[in-house]
Design a protein. Structure first.
Length: 344
């Protein structure tokens, strides 16, 4: 049975979700090598998994036995590693964000097309059962015309989260909390409701000693006429409160809520009872429960990869799918700087 050789760059906190929860669970995938700038860590993991050890990502990318590379590094490295992966004829699983801005993301997507390779963005929150069901009901018109929506992310990240990291909270390396914490849910919002036309926003840094924003508020007008109110913070005390999308239409109201947009908090749709929706995978829990991340549906990213590369099926998530959320975030940042509405 033919197996796809996989190499992983970056052996940090998210690494087990890709290896233990995903690659090891799929018999058509085989780990060939791992890479990390931390030599001791790279050697330790390689020895444990009995695979090749690399400390320079360029060397891993030149390995002919590796067909797919998973990039799990800090945000600022994604773009240049992705560009080099495509130029070395590798398919790529890329953790979010695929780049730190919309312009680079477009270049990256074009580069993978140029070399006829697949880029699989890790937009795993789209696999949350609640999100998939609500998208289906919205698209089929059960709610009628969607008037407005509210995207609320009331999370916490303690100062220690940044102090213990060499790159988090730095403008050049991190890029912003919108890229790191909010991007999955901005992606889910437009995935369900449609593309954005314009945004007017304000951001700020009020509760942390960091170079990036920890609050953001925006009005996002969509191309279909829906208006979305966006309320984001990582200053919630003492732990996460909610991550929700409330959709208000002419024939119904639905709120996808929970701590990570993973359950239905409210369903009132004309002549349409709420269907059974499983909660799916529980969200990541950090710091002893102090804060929570997104639902780690990473295995589904790799299942999709196998279906595309071996079974020649249509991809559930495409490279282009990562562009819209980056365009919206770019618009929020630009609107805050220029103090005006930005047309996207």
């Amino acid at each position: 049975m033919k197996k796809i050789g996989v190499g992983i760059i970056g052996l940090g906190r998210i690494f087990p979700r890709h290896l233990d929860d995903s690659i090891k669970q799929i018999n058509r995938l085989e780990l060939i090598g791992v890479c990390d700038a931390n030599t001791d860590l790279a050697k330790k993991v390689a020895a444990k998994e009995n695979v090749k050890c690399y400390t320079k990502y360029q060397e891993l990318l030149s390995d002919k036995n590796i067909s797919v590379v998973s990039v799990l590094t800090p945000n600022y490295l994604h773009y240049k590693m992705g560009m080099l992966a495509s130029q070395n004829n590798k398919h790529c699983v890329m953790e979010k964000p695929i780049s730190q801005n919309y312009r680079q993301a477009i270049q990256l997507v074009k580069e993978f097309k140029k070399y006829d390779k697949k880029l699989f963005p890790v937009l795993q929150v789209r696999y949350n059962p609640a999100i998939r069901v609500v998208k289906d009901y919205v698209e089929k018109g059960y709610l009628g015309k969607i008037f407005t929506a509210v995207l609320s992310i009331h999370w916490t990240r303690p100062q220690e989260y940044y102090d213990e990291s060499e790159w988090k909270g730095r403008k050049d390396a991190d890029g912003g909390s919108l890229l790191t914490q909010a991007i999955h849910y901005i992606d889910s919002m437009h995935y369900i409701l449609g593309k954005a036309k314009s945004v007017i926003a304000k951001t700020g840094t009020v509760g942390h000693k960091i170079e990036i924003e920890d609050i953001a508020n925006a009005i996002i007008d969509l191309e279909n006429g829906t208006r979305v109110n966006f309320d984001f913070t990582i200053c919630t005390y003492p732990h996460n409160i909610e991550c929700s999308l409330t959709i208000l239409g002419e024939n119904g109201t639905i709120k996808i809520g929970g701590l990570a947009m993973n359950k239905i908090d409210f369903w009132e749709v004309k002549n349409t009872p709420q269907p059974y929706i499983s909660e799916g995978v529980n969200p990541n829990v950090y710091a002893g429960g102090m804060y929570i991340g997104s639902c780690p549906n990473h295995k589904l990213i790799y299942d999709n990869l196998v279906n595309v590369l071996i079974n020649k099926q249509k991809s559930f998530i495409n490279a282009e799918d990562a562009l819209e959320s980056l365009k919206i975030i770019d618009g929020i940042i630009k609107s805050n700087c220029l103090k005006k509405e930005i047309f996207l």
